[in-house]
Design a protein around this ligand. Sequence first.
Ligand code: ATP
Ligand code: MG
Length: 426
Amino acid sequence: MSQTTIQAVRGMNDILPDEAERWEALEDTLRSWLQGYGYRNIRTPLIEHTGLFRRAIGEATDIVEKEMYSFVDELNGESLTLRPEATASTVRAAIEHNLTYGGPQRLYYFGPMFRHERPQKGRYRQFHQVGAEALGLSGPDIDAEMLLMCARLWGDLNLEGMRLELNSLGSAEERAIYRGALVDYLRAHESSLDGDSRRRLNTNPLRVLDSKNPAIQDLIETAPRLLDYLGAASLEHFEGVQSILRDAGLRYRINARLVRGLDYYNLTVFEWVTDRLGAQGTVCAGGRYDGLFAQIGGRAMPACGWAIGIERLLGLLERPSGAAARPDAYLVNQGAEAARFAFRVAEALRDRGFSVLHHCGGGSFKSQMKKADQSGAMVAVIVGDDEARAGEASIKPLRAAREQFRVAKDAIADAIAALLYEDQGE
Ligand code: ATP
Ligand code: MG
């Protein structure tokens, strides 16, 4: 009886080796870039109490309303959620371990996030983010540094066409007054709103500004602007950020409609966008969230951060042509004695730092040599019973017109080093 095959869950992707090599290369770049700004790694659980996200992200947000993977732990009845983002987790951990006790902390994370969205290009149900959080710093200097830092990454990755959109959400009090004015305006035009916006009007009116529906764009354009409701302190902070960006020659556009989907932001918010990814054009998003610590039960603490979508970032990077990892040496072995000796040869080569693909599974000398060639290795190291008895191996350069030669076991590494080195010098 045939069984139906089981496939990966919709919207959750396998990252196969060719692709995973690109991920690893990007991760290396990200790590050294983050360290260059003093950020240190934090790793929090993939699962948190559902209440953390409800409180941190806000009830009337897309994430909490309809995107969370929540389930009841049947063993103890707790409601748990696969993390949809990692700022809430980072702040929870910072409070729990009193991380900011000794002063500000610059932290970064990397890993999978889970949101139940409609899968499409650049939008998945398991996706990955790298994110940074600066905890305990309140001035505009750190907001600006985070933006300059992103600009450096785009440069390091040779990415062109990344545009910075900037806005200020002011304080909670300023937003409350603005919210009243916006609701009055939207109510006066309620008959022109779509269903989604009408619903948001009652739950989270600022998010109406975020609507992509072309039919209501004119209405949004003429809505009151949050920027006009900011007080002196908020404006000063915003100007502080901008003056550092201007000094650094970093270009940006003020987008008064940028409100971000999450509730926890205040003052500076930003997005880095590109035209090269179709509808999913936001690569990096973030801002200041001074209220979040207190919101989830900690001592008040200023903070700001951003998150980059890794799949979207990778979608922008050039694919290297056939740059699959190749071993330095492919170890061909035939015969019982040779098979045992081969393990010693392989480990000795790895001791010297070479990557070795040890042929396993037997087969004729000819078929093994064919595999050696296909592996892309620079040399084949060949051990037959004859060589094993003599404590030697034959070395055959695979990428140069050179004769095979035989050396003692202890000389194999030097012989390979000479070949690899010569090859580079050519
Ligand atoms: P969007 O408006 O595209 O839904 P968002 O505001 O929900 O984005 P954030 O929560 O700010 O996104 O996450 C930061 C970044 O993570 C996004 O700019 C994007 O690059 C990436 N991202 C968010 N959701 C997804 C997803 N479902 N699949 C892939 N990447 C995502
Ligand atoms: Mg979203």
